[in-house]
Design a protein around this ligand. Structure first.
Ligand code: ZN
Length: 203
């Protein structure tokens, strides 16, 4: 199996070593979320299975008390999917504005969709970053339209259809994620975080 869920100890030392906020939660919760959605969605099951059967390893780290939900690619060899189980920061805004709340298992599988994009072709994944619309808000705010759109179409939307959950029309309008990210980006030098993480190879 190349989908590996980090223990709390591993996740905590990873967060600490990289100066990232947050606190690990139980690997058992991560495992049950992964298994449960896969049992209800054949698209989720296929995505999980793709990663499970791949020769490269994807580490999944679950944490809380951190405002970011993120996936991080290091290089051609390694990727970590870090998922914030405490999505209340997102859902709080969703409640205020009366939009849908993001289910945690869907958030996790969205991030796993990025892991699959990366495994399919790390070079293409880099190219999608490079080719992103540099004039648009998506790139400016630290994420990439090409990557997100591809991920929605091939991974997230099919899972939504399976579980009869409404698809978001675009990356930014599921909940007010665009506003949320803009606010958070003001306090975060995203490139510094990425570099710090990249230098700390996952062992
Ligand atoms: Zn994404």
């Amino acid at each position: 199996m190349s989908l590996q869920i980090s223990t709390e100890k591993e996740t905590n030392s990873y967060l600490k070593n990289n100066g990232l906020p947050g606190e690990a939660v139980s690997a058992a919760q991560a495992t049950s979320l992964l298994t449960d959605l896969a049992s209800r969605s054949k698209s989720a099951a296929a995505l999980k299975s793709y990663i499970d059967l791949h020769e490269k390893t994807i580490r999944v780290m679950f944490f809380k008390n951190c405002p970011w939900i993120m996936n991080i690619a290091f290089d051609a060899e390694a990727m970590a999917v870090m998922c914030n189980v405490d999505v209340t920061a997102y859902n709080k805004e969703a409640k205020t504005k009366g939009t849908l709340e993001v289910p945690l298992d869907l958030v996790l599988y969205h991030e796993l969709g990025h892991a699959k994009q990366f495994l399919e072709d790390p070079a293409a994944f880099k190219r999608m970053e490079h080719d992103a619309d540099t004039s648009g808000a998506l790139k400016r705010d630290g994420y990439y339209a090409n990557i997100e759109n591809d991920n929605l179409k091939r991974h997230e939307w099919p899972i939504c259809d399976d579980i009869q959950f409404p698809r978001r029309g675009s990356y930014t309008d599921f909940c007010p994620m665009g506003d949320f990210i803009k606010k958070k980006r003001a306090n975060l030098n995203w490139n510094l975080v990425k570099n710090a993480v990249a230098q700390q190879a996952l062992k």
